[in-house]
Design a binder for this molecule. Structure first.
Ligand code: AHG
Ligand code: MN
Ligand code: MN
Length: 339
């Protein structure tokens, strides 16, 4: 019975009982969790912090940054830069890879979205931090090249996210299932609250921003139309819909009670293959979803097999309960066959 163990205690225990986890990876995850506690404290101060609202600058995707996007990015960068555990970092909020001084370099590349769902900050809805850990091919011996960052999702050594909701919860995988740790503010520690999370295979709940329907590809439009027809339609089920506009909150819900989340390809801007970013949103979430028995696809291929070409590249995302995601993939396959 490991429920109730503190995060680091749990990781050390797992290693002792046969799970292959290098000590520096345990340290890295622990340091990221400490950073997320700081972000949680910052986020929870809300209006008191005096930093809500638009900061005025734009990030590399041409989106307006909130001050908290920048503040949380800086918290992560400053903390991890001197941890001695990372060789380089990539952040949603920074155009180029973030270098680490030679004497501070470690063995890993850390990719992160410091504040996911940040448009929800002003309206007091859950936000989160997403992270992905890759092995730096040259280790601490050299600064990682751009190419070193472009690894497939299958290469991830660990992935996680922290959702700052009514409670702060860290969701983590190191490739041996998914575990959840709730922040106990009375002791300042993440404590194991759910071990071996498993997503129900079937679901009647979908999450998509329906206002974009006219921009989607035909199979996606067809699937949603069929969902909306309910039990009399071809899918034979009465569906429920949710859209939080914070991927962290949607994925958390799916881990708890199943569901399907989609941010599909749309033709609003042909240069963007979707809205979500492969390296620090889609890949870590896909690793977690697959480790919990779910499925994650672009509609045409497994997300973790997508070739990485750019730190900020976008990708269509369809993830969640295995049988429902498989159904959406079928719609896409039928469409490919008909073409
Ligand atoms: P971010 O705040 O890091 O830019 O990510 C927001 C993402 C994701 O969390 C969410 O699912 C989606 O954008 C919401 O998009 P819409 O506002 O288009 O619904
Ligand atoms: Mn995001
Ligand atoms: Mn973000």
């Amino acid at each position: 019975m490991t429920t109730g163990m503190k995060l680091k205690q749990f990781l050390l225990h797992a290693k002792r009982t046969g799970v292959e986890l290098p000590f520096d990876l345990i340290e890295l995850i622990h340091e990221v969790s400490i950073t997320c506690k700081e972000i949680a404290a910052t986020v929870s101060r809300g209006e008191l912090s005096g930093v809500l609202g638009v900061a005025g600058s734009e990030n590399v995707q041409g989106e307006t940054q909130k001050e908290l996007d920048i503040i949380t990015n800086d918290i992560m960068v400053e903390h991890m830069k001197v941890s001695g555990l990372v060789a380089g970092m990539g952040s949603e909020e920074v155009d180029d890879p973030i270098s680490v001084p030679a004497q501070e370099r470690g063995e890993y590349i850390l990719l992160f979205d410091p504040l996911d769902g940040s448009s929800n900050i002003d309206v007091n809805i859950s936000v989160g931090t997403i992270f992905s850990v890759l092995k730096a091919p040259m280790g601490c011996r050299a600064e990682p090249s751009l190419n070193d960052y472009h690894q497939k999702g299958t290469q991830q050594r660990a992935a996680g996210f922290v959702v700052y909701g009514p409670s702060t919860v860290l969701v983590l995988t190191t490739g041996q299932g998914v575990n959840m740790f709730t922040l106990d503010n009375s002791i300042g520690e993440f404590v194991l609250t759910k071990e071996g999370v498993e997503i129900p295979e079937d679901t009647k709940e979908f999450a998509i921003n329906l206002s974009n329907k006219r921009f989607w590809e035909e199979p996606m439009q067809q699937y949603i139309e069929d969902c909306l027809q309910g039990e009399k339609g071809p899918l034979g089920k009465r569906y429920n819909m949710r859209w939080v506009a914070s991927m962290v909150a949607e994925v958390f819900r799916i881990l708890v009670r199943g569901g399907i989340f989609m941010y599909p390809y749309d033709n609003r801007d042909p240069s963007k293959a979707g809205k979500l970013r492969l390296m620090y949103e889609a890949n870590p979430m896909s690793f977690i979803i697959e480790q919990a028995g779910g499925m994650s696809s672009t509609g045409h291929e497994r997300i973790m097999d997508v070739e990485a070409k750019d730190l900020h590249q976008r990708v269509p995302v369809i993830l969640g309960s295995r049988n429902e995601v498989a159904k959406v993939v079928e719609y896409h396959l039928k469409d490919e066959d008909a073409a």
